[in-house]
Design a protein around this ligand. Sequence first.
Ligand code: GDP
Ligand code: CA
Length: 316
Amino acid sequence: MRIVVLTGGIGGARFLVGVRAHARSIGADVTAIVNVGDDVRMHGLQICPDLDSVMYTLGGAADPERGWGRVGETWVVKEELAKYGVEPSWFGLGDSDTATHLVRTTMLNAGYPLSAVTAALCERWQPGITMLPATDDRLETHVVVDVDGERKAIHFQEWWVRHRGEVPTHNFVFRGADAAKPAAGVLDAIAGADVVLVAPSNPVVSIAPILAVPALREAVTAGPAPVVGVSPIIGGSPVRGMADKCLATLEVEVSAGGVGRMYGPRAEGGLLDAWLVDTSDEGAEVPGVRTRAVPLWMRDEAATARMVADALELAR
Ligand code: GDP
Ligand code: CA
């Protein structure tokens, strides 16, 4: 069996730990198609937060408390940059992490596509799944905000990390998406999939930028594999992160039903055949989509693997 997962960073990475565990138990293989909208160049380094969250988490090297970056990280480079007074100073650039960005940037500068760079980095981390960026082309999420009395578009990282999403926010724009092509391997993975799972990642800034790549969206929505989504909202709140702020900006109800309806039924040009919600959200209404309620707290690997088994059952 072949499982494809559309995923963002921290939430998606936790989900993938469960996908990998369940896949091992049934002899399935897993391909993650990872959001690149958060990617940003800082201090000359190409940083891919979601790819790194997935890679470090599955490689057993993620910081469990912070949720991103490396466990046991040190911050000498960041402190030294601050002493030079160079901006941006609000971005957390860890020392061990910096080595990853150096390898990545060197390879990109030498002409390798991001998908090949990701494969090379994964030789060290052995995530146990295939990791693909959604696209090898440049695609960045920008956020239309009002700051200092001025309306402008800022990079997603500036909105998220610097402003904590706490500025008047009007829209999210996926720059470069229209011209972006799926990364090498993405279309083959989707065409060969027995099921496509949508991780309980942020629907607005993790899943939407993946689906903003036109040929990728087309492959998923018109493909042969059933698409099953897992709700990132439990009982009206995002478990971690700021999905509520993102959804509110788009005037989408912050609920399992609200996100399910936003994705919409595949039969009507949407994304989903089926939608897994938490037991506390039983009765969430998503017309045209098969819905089932099971526990969705990703407490540990075993609990998450059970969610995945439920998602696969719902796909049948
Ligand atoms: P990011 O790219 O690092 O922001 O991470 P993702 O977009 O992949 O995932 C973030 C989302 O995961 C959050 O918006 C939460 O709604 C969701 N999330 C986090 N923990 C859980 C959990 O235990 N269960 C469920 N169902 N969703 C979760
Ligand atoms: Ca992210």
